[in-house]
Ligand binder design. Structure first.
Ligand code: PHE
Length: 361
């Protein structure tokens, strides 16, 4: 007696379900219809499920064969549903773009484009360009120097020998080979004098670094503009005039300045140049800490030792130099209260600044 307990019939049924499944799937027009097909085949009351349920009536040996075939069919159906779904999604997307189904989506030039927010110039860059323009108008050239600087240019040539206490005020980051991240743009004074000699008028905007604890007004990375004018008869009067002219242009109004003594090893005499507070007109307010003046530009007459280190004869030439805090100027002009926003990468900090013009403080 054959031990066929109906196994071959079931195998035929499996194949029949496969053929039917193929036809049903091809006929589906959308995802909903495809889902109905899935339920009809694989659902709790589906055709394949019925076959699997019926297996318990088969003899052991047939059960295995039918089981394998039914499982293979199950895998096939799942895969076929997946690829049909992909086809349907594609033609749905094309349909949405107005394409005849099957063909590539035509490009509709009348559709509104995808908006991209316009970028803006970084406030430090905007201020740098402004300052460069002002000094170019006064015959200053714009020069550049390295951010990774030698100890000679950053300190020694600027009259700050190794044991000088001024080094403590400008702690920085050192490389194994003895170079450091420059603490100010003043080394470019030395580089420019060595390269171009005197007479010279130059500015050098650039990034500077200090080993600082960071807070709202201190950063380890910030920008300065160095400036220097060396000629046969340069005096403090020239310094004051140039500073006044520059600040008046930056702030778009007549600016009052005053000098106070200030100490920097590379200038003699050295000054702190203050600007009359434009918020209160000099009456005293929180911005100027009730003094009526805002401390703005450290400056002075180039120390003879700096000229000597740079190969310029201090008996023939004299000059002034200043170190404008470019980041600080941008903060004042754009009313940015926290220096940390500059390096934070948070674009919200720049929102609206691109079109704003610098304002007087
Ligand atoms: N380099 C000084 C600093 O960073 C500023 C300065 C520049 C002072 C030029 C005087 C002359 O603090």
């Amino acid at each position: 007696m054959s031990d066929d307990t109906g196994g071959s019939k079931v195998l035929e049924a499996v194949e029949a379900v496969r053929a039917k499944a193929r036809g049903l799937m091809e006929a589906t027009a959308d995802r909903k219809a495809l889902d109905d097909v899935r339920v009809a085949l694989l659902g709790r009351k589906g055709e394949l499920t019925a076959i699997l349920k019926g297996m318990k009536d088969l003899a052991e040996s047939e059960r295995r064969k039918v089981g394998e075939a039914a499982n293979a069919l199950k895998g096939w159906i799942e895969e076929a549903i997946g690829s049909r779904l992909a086809e349907l999604s594609r033609s749905e997307a094309e349909g949405a773009a107005g394409a005849p189904s099957g063909g590539p989506a035509p490009f509709d030039v009348t559709l509104p484009g995808t908006g991209r927010p316009a970028g803006s110039i970084h406030p430090v860059t905007a201020m740098r360009r402004k300052v460069e323009g002002i000094f170019a108008g006064m015959g200053f050239m714009v020069v550049d120097g390295p951010e990774l600087e030698s100890e000679f240019h950053n300190f020694v040539a600027l009259n700050i020998p190794e044991t000088h206490p001024a080094r403590d005020m400008q702690d920085t980051f050192w490389c194994d080979d003895g170079q450091c991240l420059r603490t100010h743009t003043s080394p470019v004074q030395v580089r420019a004098l060595i390269r171009y000699g005197a007479p010279i008028r130059m500015i050098a905007p650039g990034r500077c670094f200090r080993n600082e604890s960071i807070d709202a007004s201190h950063e380890n990375t910030f920008f300065q503009v160095e400036g220097m004018m060396v000629d046969s008869e340069v005096s403090v009067a020239n310094l004051i005039h140039v500073m006044k002219a520059m600040l008046s242009e930056v702030f778009g109004m007549d600016v009052d300045v005053r000098l106070r003594p200030g100490y920097f090893p590379f200038v003699e005499p050295g000054f702190e140049l203050d600007m009359r507070c434009s918020i209160c007109g000099g009456q005293g307010c929180p911005t100027c800490k009730r003094s009526g003046w805002v401390e703005l530009v450290p400056c002075g007459m180039v120390h003879p030792n700096v000229l000597r280190h740079s190969g310029v004869d201090p008996d023939r030439f004299s000059g002034f130099a200043f170190g404008l805090g470019l980041t600080r100027l941008a903060m004042m002009s754009y009313r940015i209260g926290d220096i940390r926003v500059f390096n934070s990468g948070d674009l919200r900090a720049l929102a609206g600044l691109g079109s704003a013009s610098p304002q007087a403080v």
